[in-house]
Design a protein around this ligand. Structure first.
Ligand code: SF4
Length: 466
């Protein structure tokens, strides 16, 4: 037996690391990074009990609630809010979890402005929308603080089993559905901790690493088994296919694209995912004075804000188009400006200056050519002194280990039946970023939930016909 800080672990017959959550003492053994906690204080602190009840009582409890429609997991929002108003917090948490097993992390990570709260009827009267995300967090925090287990039990064991590749939100949601139906669920993840982006990739001031682990610990009590530090390649996948009744692919996306300029691998150049995971896990506690983040998405914004909070004196965001074209949400852009991030639009890096480490970025203005493509005007270049460059210019796919003749792919993304998450190869199902190219946590949860239900139904039919 080995204690790896978070789970009681053992080696299986093949010598692989096997871990089963024990729950006991889980949170006490999580990494302790007071410096990170101080610098990344909660962006939207939770409600005090009285404020939560006042806010819950503002809700009109709409019959055809547009917030429930707008939520990708279709949480019955009026129902859970009404239970907060009546003081039934356990019932409120149950309502949330029935629809969304990762209701705690979604309450913090969801861009509610463009989902549930964005569709609140209060907007029609020019009133402030109900704070659905914070109320959801209030109910989920109360459940976590109570120390009670999830209000669900595993189903009666069916003897069927599913291997889930990747330990992110899609696999976790899928595993929960499977366990509730008595199907064995084993998650294989290349990282040393579960949770994927929830644990490693979401800005700490939105979703702290510890909260992600706490939620997964509760979920693991349903009997989910975790295999950490386990990379699944084509050979391993064939082995798992032979050992399990079905496979769920929740492999997310691949590495962040490179800039494509000379000497890009020199010191002082990193990518946003490694950077965010580094500070969240306590490996990065400070940054040099001048940081440039390349990109215009939400991940780029998270990295830039993190650089500010880690002590950079200047943080620049370099984006090749204008603010209207950024894929980052408008409220994230506004937040970054408030944090002190400086934006440079219509420019692109065309080179790096420095011997062993980067000392400056060579930038060129971009103009639109006759065929609408963006072309750098090299004669109008400039240099920006930087000590650290963080790339956030989109991710590739992570599906090269799949047999494309078996599992249909479209530009590297796995093609699935949108009703049950099944791929073109019936024994394989998929969900999350590897099918949708990178959306929100709540979308991955919806995918995983749908696939979990789809796998259970398919196994029933497959075994009935066997
Ligand atoms: S899961 Fe997200 S989108 Fe759905 S109701 Fe909760 S906060 Fe809103």
């Amino acid at each position: 037996m080995v204690d790896n800080h978070f789970f009681t672990t053992a080696l299986d017959e093949e010598g692989e690391l096997l871990a089963v959550s024990t729950s006991t003492g889980f949170l006490e053994r999580a990494p302790d990074s007071p410096e990170v906690a101080k610098r990344f204080a909660d962006l939207h602190p939770g409600f005090a009990p009285v404020s939560a009840v006042i806010e819950a009582n503002r809700c009109l409890y709409c019959f055809d609630a547009p917030c429930t429609v707008a939520c990708p997991t279709h949480i019955d929002v009026p129902k859970f809010i009404k239970k907060i108003a009546s003081g039934n917090l356990e019932g409120s948490a149950r309502t949330i979890l029935e629809a969304n097993i990762l209701g705690a992390s979604c309450a913090r990570a969801c861009p509610v402005q463009v989902l549930c709260e964005g569709s609140c009827v209060m907007h029609r009267n020019n009133e402030r929308p109900i704070e659905i995300g914070r109320l959801q967090r209030f109910a989920m925090d109360a459940l976590h603080a109570s120390g009670d287990p999830l209000p669900f039990s595993p189903g009666e064991e069916t003897g069927k089993s599913v291997a889930l590749i990747g330990g992110g939100p899609a696999s976790l949601a899928c595993a929960a559905e499977l366990r509730r139906r008595g199907i064995r669920a084993e998650i294989f993840d290349a990282r040393p901790l579960p949770g994927g982006l929830n644990t490693y990739g979401i800005a700490e001031y939105k979703l702290p690493l510890i909260e992600s682990l706490h939620e997964i610990d509760m979920l693991a009590q349903l009997g989910v088994t975790f295999h950490f530090d386990t990379t699944v390649d084509a050979a391993k996948l064939a082995l798992l296919e032979a050992q399990f009744d079905a496979v769920f692919l929740g492999v997310g996306l691949g590495t962040i694209h490179k800039l494509g300029v000379a000497n890009e691998d020199r010191g002082g150049v990193t990518n946003a995912l490694d950077f965010i995971a580094g500070y969240k896990s306590g490996a990065i506690t400070m940054v040099p004075k001048k940081v440039a983040v390349i990109g215009g998405g939400n991940t780029a914004i998270d990295a830039a804000n993190a650089a500010v909070r880690l002590g950079a004196e200047e943080v620049h965001m370099i984006y090749r188009r204008g603010p209207q074209q950024m894929s980052a949400f408008a409220f994230e852009y506004e937040h970054a400006k408030q944090e002190g991030v400086r934006f440079h639009f219509h420019v692109t890096p065309v080179g790096l200056v420095g011997e062993d480490r980067v000392e400056a970025l060579k930038l060129a203005q971009l103009e639109t050519s006759v065929d609408s493509s963006l072309v750098p005007k090299l004669e109008e270049g400039s240099e920006l002194a930087v000590d650290l460059v963080v790339l956030a210019i989109g991710q590739g796919t992570h599906t090269s280990f799949l047999d494309g003749d078996k599992v249909q792919l479209d530009k590297g993304r796995i093609v699935v039946n949108r009703v049950n998450g099944q791929t073109s190869y019936p024994k394989f199902f998929a969900g999350g970023d590897c099918i949708n190219g990178g959306r929100e946590v709540v979308d991955a949860v919806a995918d995983g939930k749908r696939a979990g239900i789809g796998i259970a139904a398919w196994l029933e039919v497959a075994h009935a016909n066997a």
